[in-house]
Design a protein around this ligand. Structure first.
Ligand SMILES: [Fe+2]
Ligand SMILES: [Fe+2]
Length: 405
């Protein structure tokens, strides 16, 4: 868990941090995020003769020198840097992969890859500033096919921007110390840095949002395995908020907060969370406490106030028969009432170990009229049920768009 989140800390300001120190950190974090066993990081440099890649770090063998590129033959690193796209081989032993991988460039010395992938590193202006190559060990059975690559692209942007900034500062200091350096070269680099500082205003926010998505995803993996459940719940909730006429700020907050509704499940003992038979009363209480645990985690940050509200209240019911507090009607925050309907619609549509997936029509029917387990009138906010009745096709659309990969 910690390794999944501590990359946000890597992006904090470390004025004295060297580019190679940051590159090492970025590599370690990237390996932890994608469960890779090894990696190399290159920075893209430009000079009057063209572009080239400079080795900035290797993991786990930090001392490996790494080749600067161009080299005599192509590599995953050069291709990813030149095309700006991710290049991935889930089996690094196929003839295709072997023809592309340049072991001297793409891997720490002596490492034998089972799967390998190259990721361009960009700054916030989406300019390529380097490249990251990650690999799993041959025989580990792990590849990058299940990896949350969409989120990882954002990690690459944050890491790229941080490393680029540190690298520029180092270059500027070097030019300063060189009495023969031309002033226009120094000016050029300082201007570039000023530009980066300017667009970096968004950096903190981006890092925060990324950390939150990762937290939501980690909670989901801990709970029910990988999936897009939390992202779909964001979208249904955002849609409901908009349809209700809530303002853009509220809807934005809702979209971002909904995904954290079950974060508290990370506080529930795995023996209870994963139990397939019926829970005894103590175990049931522990399970229900995920609302309280979630609130405890999220109320630490004022920026997560809505998420904390949702986590605490998403199992309260309109008639007061829910938990943990038995709040009723308007006592339950609107955000939680919205997420509840979104969460339940998605749970009905999803296959779980104890139940099959339902078609849209069946899920719609249960939300509007209830079934053996759900008493619609007692459970949901009647206004929201009405809105759902009018707009249910949009829910189906969101489900279709964000199906599991
Ligand atoms: Fe929950
Ligand atoms: Fe959920």
């Amino acid at each position: 868990m910690n390794s999944r989140l501590s990359f946000a800390e890597m992006l904090d300001h470390h004025p004295g941090q060297s580019a190679s120190g940051l590159a090492d950190k970025a590599l370690r974090q990237a390996c932890a995020l994608l469960e890779a066993d090894a990696g190399v990081l290159y920075l893209l440099r430009h000079d009057p003769d063209g572009e080239y890649l400079v080795h900035a770090g290797s993991f786990p063998t930090a001392g490996q020198t790494g080749a600067s590129i161009p080299s005599d033959r192509p590599s995953i690193a050069t291709i990813a840097a030149q095309t700006g796209s991710t290049l991935k081989f889930d089996d690094a032993t196929t003839p295709d992969a072997l023809a592309t991988i340049n072991t001297a460039v793409d891997l720490p010395s002596g490492f034998v890859a089972g799967a390998i992938a190259g990721f361009p590193l960009t700054n916030h202006a989406k300019v390529i500033v380097g490249v990251l190559v990650l690999a799993t060990e041959l025989g580990s059975g792990r590849s990058f096919s299940q990896a949350p690559l969409e989120l990882f692209v954002r990690f690459c942007r944050l890491a790229g921007a941080a490393v680029e900034r540190a690298d520029l500062l180092e270059q500027i200091n070097q030019i300063r110390l060189d009495p023969g350096a031309r002033n226009d070269r120094l000016r050029q680099q300082v201007e570039k840095l000023a530009f980066i500082e300017e667009i970096e205003g968004v950096r903190g926010d981006d890092a925060f949002r990324l950390a939150i998505s990762m937290l939501a995803r980690a909670a989901e993996i801990y709970d029910e395995g990988t999936g897009n459940h939390v992202f779909r719940v964001n979208e249904y909730s955002h849609f409901l908020g908009k349809t209700l006429g809530q303002d853009a700020k509220y809807c934005h907050q809702l979209r971002f907060s909904a995904q954290l509704h079950d974060v508290g499940k990370m506080g529930v003992a795995p023996s209870v969370l994963r139990k397939t038979s019926a829970l005894n009363p103590d175990e049931r209480r522990e399970m229900d406490n995920h609302t309280i645990y979630g609130h405890r985690i999220l109320s630490q940050s004022p920026r997560l106030a809505m998420a904390a509200d949702i986590a605490l209240n998403h199992h309260e019911k309109w008639d007061g028969s829910g938990y943990p507090s038995g709040k009723r009607a308007d006592e339950i925050p609107l955000s939680a009432r919205i997420v509840q309907i979104a969460d339940i619609y998605d749970a009905l549509r999803s296959e779980r170990p104890y139940k099959p997936a339902l078609e849209h029509e069946q899920a719609r029917h249960i939300i509007l009229h209830g079934d053996a387990r759900i008493d619609s009138a007692g459970h949901f906010d009647p206004t929201l049920v009405e809105v759902f009745a009018d707009t249910h096709q949009s829910f189906n659309q969101i489900w279709q768009n964000l199906q599991e990969a």
